[in-house]
Design a protein around this ligand. Structure first.
Ligand SMILES: C[S@@+](CC[C@H](N)C(=O)[O-])C[C@H]1O[C@@H](n2cnc3c(N)ncnc32)[C@H](O)[C@@H]1O
Length: 245
């Protein structure tokens, strides 16, 4: 293999490539912004990969339906405003700072930002992060930023604090419940798994007001009993007062 080929193979291995179809320059600008590289689509791997064309960024897989993220669900969710369970659990106020520790596709983080919060979205998985970053840019909300980081490391540093640390960890798909939406199925396929209990405990060191943990409605709390709970149709928000009050 030539050097150039082994470089590409190496990047493919680490999944830090934006493949381009008809929009090399656009792909290059986007990839540079997030520190990724670019390659033509004919070099794409057999698994999930990013593809940017003239119209949008998609997550593609040779054997599965492609996925793109719209902003419609964010608009819909922000219509219920501060009455929504997520908003009540976080105690949303204008200018409040929120760390969305496990941001995924950013649906919760973007919703909180549309309600007036200043949100930092953390995502570790490179493909998920690229999709999240693109969604944040398209939303044009300036009180929102995305960082590709292991949130455990960010919290362990104790360099920053937020009013609320919000955690929506990945739970294995439940055999008895209906399949989640396609984007959530894809997330279950590719997302990173972490020691969420440990991260939840660290988050108390960096929260000024609350730590909020999203859970399945019938599952026990991830850590100790919460100070209170807010229930939605299929999920529950466990709310903890922060130590730093
Ligand atoms: C259940 S999903 C979050 C869904 C999200 N609330 C949404 O609205 O789309 C959990 C996400 O946390 C990410 N994750 C897991 N461990 C992480 C870590 N240590 N640091 C940052 N992100 C992590 C996973 O890759 C996954 O995308």
């Amino acid at each position: 293999m030539t050097d150039a080929h082994s470089e590409v193979a190496d990047l493919v291995e680490r999944k830090l490539i934006v493949y381009f179809d008809d929009a090399e320059e656009r792909a290059r600008d986007f990839a540079t912004a997030i520190g990724y590289d670019v390659a033509p689509l004919n070099l794409a791997p057999n698994g999930w990969h990013l593809c940017l064309n003239e119209s949008d960024l998609t997550l593609r897989h040779p054997d599965k339906q492609s996925m793109r993220l719209s902003l419609d669900d964010i608009r819909r969710r922000s219509l219920s405003g501060r009455r929504s369970p997520l908003s009540r659990a976080c105690g949303v106020r204008d200018g409040m700072t929120v760390l969305d520790a496990f941001a995924g596709w950013g649906t919760d983080g973007l919703t909180l930002a549309t309600l007036g919060c200043r949100v930092t979205c953390c995502e570790l998985q490179p493909l998920v992060f690229a999709m999240l970053y693109d969604r944040i840019k398209r939303s044009e909300i300036c009180s929102l930023n995305g960082i590709r980081v292991d949130v455990g490391e960010l919290l362990a540093d104790r360099m920053h604090c937020w009013d609320v640390v919000y955690l929506d960890p990945m739970f294995p798909l439940h055999p008895k419940t209906a399949l989640p939406s396609y984007p959530m199925q894809v997330l279950a396929d590719i997302a990173d798994q972490s020691d969420t209990r440990e991260i939840a405990e660290w988050s108390f060191e960096c929260a000024n007001q609350r730590v909020v943990i999203k859970n399945r409605i019938k599952d026990p709390p991830l850590i100790r009993s919460p100070d209170w709970q807010i229930r939605a149709r299929s999920v529950r928000f466990d709310v903890y007062r922060a130590n730093r009050n």
